[in-house]
Ligand binder design. Structure first.
Ligand SMILES: *[C@@H]1O[C@H](CO)[C@@H](O)[C@H](O)[C@H]1NC(C)=O
Ligand SMILES: *[C@@H]1O[C@H](CO)[C@@H](O)[C@H](O)[C@H]1NC(C)=O
Ligand SMILES: *[C@@H]1O[C@H](CO)[C@@H](O)[C@H](O)[C@H]1NC(C)=O
Ligand SMILES: *[C@@H]1O[C@H](CO)[C@@H](O)[C@H](O)[C@H]1NC(C)=O
Ligand SMILES: *[C@@H]1O[C@H](CO)[C@@H](O)[C@H](O)[C@H]1NC(C)=O
Ligand SMILES: *[C@@H]1O[C@H](CO)[C@@H](O)[C@H](O)[C@H]1NC(C)=O
Ligand SMILES: *[C@@H]1O[C@H](CO)[C@@H](O)[C@H](O)[C@H]1NC(C)=O
Ligand SMILES: *[C@@H]1O[C@H](CO)[C@@H](O)[C@H](O)[C@H]1NC(C)=O
Ligand SMILES: *[C@@H]1O[C@H](CO)[C@@H](O)[C@H](O)[C@H]1NC(C)=O
Ligand SMILES: *[C@@H]1O[C@H](CO)[C@@H](O)[C@H](O)[C@H]1NC(C)=O
Ligand SMILES: *[C@@H]1O[C@H](CO)[C@@H](O)[C@H](O)[C@H]1NC(C)=O
Ligand SMILES: *[C@@H]1O[C@H](CO)[C@@H](O)[C@H](O)[C@H]1NC(C)=O
Length: 566
């Protein structure tokens, strides 16, 4: 129980102590008047109509009340309509109830002594889509706060939204200039231990171990909890396929793809208790109780990544994803995905990988390999049940060029720069200057800002010795962007020679910068040749000039590397 509610917590414990023991068998009870069913056990139950679950009783309270309740759907409000509900399986331990719509089946695995239930979704006939979600919209007097692994706070009051001015997609500005947006509760979902909404007496949580059914790589971000802006409901989202911080997540899923199981967990509102439960669930993944041969069929993939210059690929991000894909690892999402990190020697071992054929990808996550701009990939990695696929020693070719300078670690993230890595917040890029001068050898990484949007020029000054210029010919400028939101254009020039114009006409949009991201959106990487004679002895200047802009849109920086070509 959270310490901010000590008195209520005591009363709640007392109320529970006097309640009669209510353990009873899990049940599915059809209603006989309209379409509808009641499911639950002695601790809780919910009444599910053709679309919405309402009347969620737990601890003597209806946790939904006037809120919209529990439902699932895709791409906006295309919500699934249940045509039947039946008992799929009954074991001595649990009851598996399946709700069927045309597009999906939703399973509820109900144990007698469990407050909440495991759930999983199976694809039957989903259309090509970008967002797939399940959610609870709950009573907002019972659920006042939201929690992820990086933010634990009161949900902004509905009255504040009503009194504020809408400035963009689900974003409002209060009279005092501050903003309210659902994107401020977003998170890197592969780091998320559990999330949910809670108050002084009740908590409702999603615990999602495994996460191999989610789309995207290590840097996949999604919405988690928020205040519903049209009704004031407390919203607990379970976005199992999403698009909110990337270029594209359009996917056509194979029939039989399963999302989950995850645990939807009810408690007294204690985040400590939910954390304990989350640790147990993560330790028991993959779940042995799910009697599904595809789910249980798993192997492992191991190997050691070494750079072509002999350095181990320390801490590299490694990823098992689609075989022979032309999508970025962030945009992949039709199958199953495994994100891991190599150790300091470049060793990796990814376990509990579903049987199948994968593409294997690796890239720098900074540290001792922060100057490596190449990535590694290999296809046709077969994983068999109970087997270890040992890839052995893998050699990763670096760009093999001689450094002139580098600003920022190449890790696909804006960390290290001013404001990079702050908690999600809307309009942070408006704090970046229009004009900036950065002098190599004098300025620090934190003098560069995480994002560039305002009309103006950011100039990098660097000195070259005459001997260096004459003994080397051409050079290569590598630009690594952690993200880009369309509506801004950037001219890149060196000693007044224009190298490139990066604009919305050539770069696809990711919404990260204007949706509160401070670390990453979708990674982009460019190389530009600089011919012999362009670089000079003495002072040189590299200029990034924003020539067109749109408020809160622009460039999220990762790294700038200038190297002699050789
Ligand atoms: C179902 O029908 C029976 C018999 O008519 C009635 O007693 C009962 O209240 C009904 N239950 C519901 C949930 O409508
Ligand atoms: C659901 O829970 C409520 C409140 O505890 C209880 O009154 C009701 O009988 C339960 N419904 C079923 C079908 O068990
Ligand atoms: C809860 O929802 C009601 C109904 O829309 C609304 O009047 C109220 O302001 C909301 N409460 C909060 C704390 O947002
Ligand atoms: C996203 O992918 C779909 C299907 O592959 C494609 O039709 C669409 O053009 C893509 N959109 C963008 C912005 O790349
Ligand atoms: C798993 O399911 C199969 C086929 O549905 C069945 O034959 C088997 O007994 C089940 N095993 C367990 C442990 O429930
Ligand atoms: C990617 O591959 C798919 C299927 O192989 C193909 O239809 C699509 O045109 C390709 N897209 C690009 C951008 O190459
Ligand atoms: C990798 O993990 C698997 C499964 O946990 C284990 O059997 C195997 O020995 C490990 N391999 C290495 C190289 O550590
Ligand atoms: C690897 O990552 C750890 C943890 O972030 C860090 O302490 C260590 O310095 C990194 N090692 C290298 C070689 O980059
Ligand atoms: C990997 O993908 C390629 C192209 O999609 C396909 O030809 C190949 O058969 C796949 N490999 C396996 C082992 O499935
Ligand atoms: C990166 O840094 C290492 C160690 O300082 C150096 O040996 C290497 O030449 C640099 N450049 C590249 C492209 O790896
Ligand atoms: C940025 O520099 C340009 C050129 O010197 C100047 O015209 C402009 O006013 C500056 N912008 C700001 C916000 O200082
Ligand atoms: C240039 O900025 C304007 C004003 O924000 C915007 O409407 C337009 O789309 C931008 N043009 C490009 C190519 O991004």
């Amino acid at each position: 129980m959270r310490s901010i509610f000590p008195i209520l917590s005591f009363l709640y414990a007392t109320a529970f102590a006097v309640a009669e023991p209510v353990l009873s068998k899990p049940f599915l009870t059809p209603l006989n008047s309209t379409t509808g069913w009641i499911i639950g056990n002695g601790l809780w139950n919910i009444t599910i109509g053709d679309v919405y679950g309402k009347k969620l009783f737990y601890g003597g309270r209806d946790l939904i009340g006037d809120a919209v309740g529990h439902y699932q759907g895709y791409d906006g409000e295309n919500n699934f309509v249940w045509t039947s509900a039946s008992i799929y399986k009954e074991t001595p331990e649990y009851l598996d109830v399946v709700f069927s719509a045309t597009e999906i089946d939703l399973h509820w695995i109900i144990y007698p002594d469990q407050a909440g239930a495991y759930q999983y979704v199976e694809n039957k006939a989903l259309p090509t889509l970008a967002v797939l979600r399940t959610l609870f919209r709950l009573d907002n007097t019972t659920f006042t706060h939201g929690r992820t692994n990086i933010k634990d706070d009161i949900l902004p009051p509905f009255s504040d939204i009503l009194a504020s001015t809408k400035v963009q997609d689900e974003t409002w500005q209060r009279a005092d200039g501050t903003f309210i947006t659902k994107y401020d509760f977003s998170d890197f979902i592969r780091n998320l231990d559990f999330h949910g909404v809670y108050g002084s007496e009740f908590g409702s949580w999603y615990i999602r171990p495994g996460r191999d059914y989610l789309n995207g790589n290590h840097l996949k971000q999604e919405l988690t909890v928020h205040r519903e802006s049209a009704t004031g409901d407390a919203v607990e989202l379970n976005v199992i396929h999403g698009s909110h911080f990337q270029v594209n997540s359009s996917a056509t899923f194979p029939v039989g793809k399963i999302w989950g199981p995850w645990l939807w967990y009810l408690n007294s509102g204690s985040t400590d208790d939910a954390a304990e439960r989350a640790a147990q669930e993560f330790a028991s993944w993959p779940y042995s109780w799910l009697n599904d041969s595809d789910y249980q069929s798993r192997g492992s993939v191991s190997g050691r990544l070494v750079l072509s210059d002999g350095r181990p690929a320390a801490n590299a991000s490694v990823f098992l994803g689609d075989n022979n894909s032309n999508k970025s690892t962030l945009d992949q999402g039709e199958h199953y995905y495994y994100a891991a990190t190599a150790d300091s020697q470049g060793n990796f071992n990814i376990s509990d990988v579903r049987t199948g054929t994968y593409g294997f990808y690796a890239w720098s996550d900074g540290g001792s390999i922060a100057n490596v701009s190449t990535t590694f990939s290999r296809n046709d990695i077969a994983v068999q049940n109970g087997d270890e696929t040992a890839l052995g020693l893998l050699t990763w070719e670096t760009q093999a060029r001689k450094p002139i300078f580098q600003i920022g670690e190449l890790d696909h993230k804006a960390l290290g720069f001013r404001n990079g890595g702050l908690l999600y917040q809307h309009a942070l890029v408006a704090q970046s200057p229009a004009n900036l001068t950065y002098t190599i050898g004098q300025s620090n990484e934190s003098d560069w800002y995480f994002g560039q949007s305002a009309l103006g020029a950011w100039t990098v000054l660097f000195d070259l010795a005459a001997a260096n210029v004459s003994s080397n010919g051409s050079a290569v400028l590598s630009l690594s962007l952690a993200g880009y939101s369309k509506g801004a254009s950037l001219d890149v020039s060196i000693n007044s020679n224009l190298l490139a114009s990066l604009t919305s006409t050539t770069l696809p949009n990711d919404p990260s910068l204007y949706r509160s991201a401070t670390i990453a959106g979708e990674w982009r990487y460019f190389e530009f040749d600089i011919g012999a004679g362009v670089l000079q002895a003495g002072t040189n200047s590299l200029v990034f000039e924003v020539t067109n802009t749109t408020l809160w849109r622009g460039f999220l920086w990762d790294s700038i590397i200038l190297e002699w070509k050789e």
